[in-house]
Design a protein around this ligand. Sequence first.
Ligand code: NDP
Ligand code: 2IT
Length: 444
Amino acid sequence: MKASEVLNDLKRRFPNEPEYLQAVEEVITTIEEEYNKHPEFERYNLIERLCLPDRIFSFRISWVDDKGKVQNNMGYRIQHNNAIGPYKGGIRFHSSVNQSILKFLAFEQTFKNSLTTLPMGGGKGGSDFNPKGKSDMEVMRFCQAYVAELWRHIGAETDVPAGDIGVGGREVGYMYGYYKKMARENTGTFTGKGLEFGGSLVRPEATGYGNVYFLLNMLATRGIDIKGKKVAISGSGNVATYTAKKLLSLGAKVVTMSDSNGTIYVPDGITEEQLDYIFKLKNIYRGRIKEFAEEYDCEYFDGERPWKVKCDIAMPSATQNELDGDDAKMLLENGVIAVSEGANMPSTPEAVRQFLEAKILYAPGKAANAGGVSVSGLEMAQNSQKFSWSAEEVDAKLQSIMKNIHEQCVKYGTEADGTVNYVKGANVAGFMKVAKAMMAQGII
Ligand code: NDP
Ligand code: 2IT
């Protein structure tokens, strides 16, 4: 089948999976030209095989809350593609989680992991469990109930989960502990583990730091300095906070952060002390970003996203489709020069269209946020060696991987006028490696 026919067929077969179709459509439309240069791909129906996940596990998770009430959630693991290495990708706990969202994330992860240069296939998992307001013991019991079902499908050489929204060090610790109890082995099947039991230095920081490293590579193509630039960040979780930390160390000004309830606005940029407050607020007290506005008496946009403020750079780092066509228009009118995505698919197709048309520096998540899974890959390597690297060593490798991903985007995405279409570059580069690996391994 031709690439465009595959897309139409997937739309017919999965009409209730909008996020999955959105991610697939973006990739298919940008790789079509390259795909058509390889008639052997069509003979092997490669694109359809690459769009459909290898397998999906879905199951009920029953657990008992602190009041003794039985709660039931759905759990999933999508093993999308393992042509270049074991399935690899995070676990998301959020009330919105469904099969469409996890299928889009597993699909994107396959191309992202291909770009990292490390041997990792793509996968994603999660549950519609809502961690907000749950006690530590409830989170632990839930994690154990999820892994009671998941453990037989994962392993250090088959499928290696990690964190994502709602899943950080605490949750990975609980899941890994229970996994070990069930599997009776100690090979590091999760990444993002604590440093005391096989975790890698710089893994918590990696996605945010990696996004800033990617941004620096993009800015360098136009000779722009990060110092003094105003950056709007969305989210206040793992990715957002470490993005902010690296930006502050480089002399940039972080003017916004947010959560699902609203946005704080600090026109002169938040200070290191204020960022420390946000770390504590989010990771220890598990509070809301509104409390920051109360503590520091700054502006707070209740129920609003950050994109209306004046900034030079936007780094969406919360969730999918959090920046739409109207937001893109406002950012462009306010003179934004770069958008680098910490989240997965945060910009809607209309927003992406506007960024590409305006020819600003626009990096899609699968390139810009690949630092997290890259250091996960380095954690796997360290676990296999039963050895660990220093923070400097891991950070140097992270910087070199982000530079390499940027170079791949430039190679495949440079347009006739010399500008770089990072969407096309990332999709074609990511696709070609997986496609060649699949071709070489036959129809399986
Ligand atoms: P966290 O759970 O640590 O933080 C998520 C942040 O995003 C919170 O501030 C949360 O606010 C906000 N958020 C979540 N869902 C929504 C929503 N529906 N609407 C508005 N705000 C929302 O997650 P991470 O920082 O790990 O993940 C953020 C993004 O980065 C995700 O898209 C994830 O897929 C992506 N990513 C993460 C990587 C990682 O290593 N962790 C690697 C690569 C990408 P609230 O507290 O109100 O829910
Ligand atoms: O979206 C992502 O790349 C992640 N959530 C991190 C995945 C991983 O395996 O570290």
